[in-house]
Design a protein around this ligand. Structure first.
Ligand SMILES: [Zn+2]
Length: 193
């Protein structure tokens, strides 16, 4: 069936009221009601330097480098915070926790996530689920994925099954592929409380 054509053949005169309606300018009363669900996306990237380990998804992982960041450099949590803020229309993590603010020096990113979730709750938004992707040549995160899911889920107030953490490499391409940095994407859905 071609788009816009009714099954069984719509009568021609039906087109007239439709086009008359479309000419009307939308009024607030005709807008759709506030949706029960919203989606958000977040992205973060940090440089790496020689060090004693990284924190990802709230889990400390021993490895021969560290993340260069004002806070603990947890890219997974930073991407997730941005996704949540984006879904709620609340800007981004840089606006809420500026690099220039000494309070956030070496901050535990779980505290930042806790604050974001609290701000959402006060606006009647609750996280439903999150899907987070790490892009890094190393470290190997597979042994830590379950612990990350549980920690992130605890902050979001959802079951661990509603938080997916996956990891991929950059196939040796670009800065991340050369091991100079570590990046993450996050997508989340929130709902009305
Ligand atoms: Zn970050």
């Amino acid at each position: 069936m071609r788009p816009g054509r009714k099954a069984g053949g719509g009568r021609r005169q039906a087109a007239k009221p439709r086009s008359a309606r479309s000419r009307r300018s939308p009024s607030p009363a005709s807008r759709l009601p506030s949706p029960a669900f919203r989606i958000g996306h977040g992205y973060d990237i940090h440089r790496l330097e020689p060090g004693a380990g990284v924190t990802l998804g709230g889990v400390r992982i021993d490895c021969p480098y560290r993340v260069v960041a004002h806070s603990d450099g947890d890219v997974l949590i930073h991407a997730l915070c941005d996704a949540l803020l984006g879904a709620a229309g609340l800007g981004d993590i840089g606006r809420w926790f500026p690099d220039s603010d000494a309070r956030f020096k070496d901050a535990d990113s779980r505290e930042l996530l806790r604050t974001v979730v609290r701000e959402l709750r006060t606006r009647r938004w609750l996280p439903v689920n999150a899907d987070v992707t790490l892009i890094a040549e190393a470290p190997r995160v597979a042994p830590h994925v379950m612990a990350m899911r549980e920690r992130l889920a605890a902050e979001l107030g959802v079951d661990a099954g509603a938080v997916n953490v996956k990891a991929t490499t950059a196939e040796g391409l670009g800065a991340v592929g050369r091991g100079e940095g570590i990046a993450a994407h996050a997508v989340t859905v929130i709902t009305r409380r």
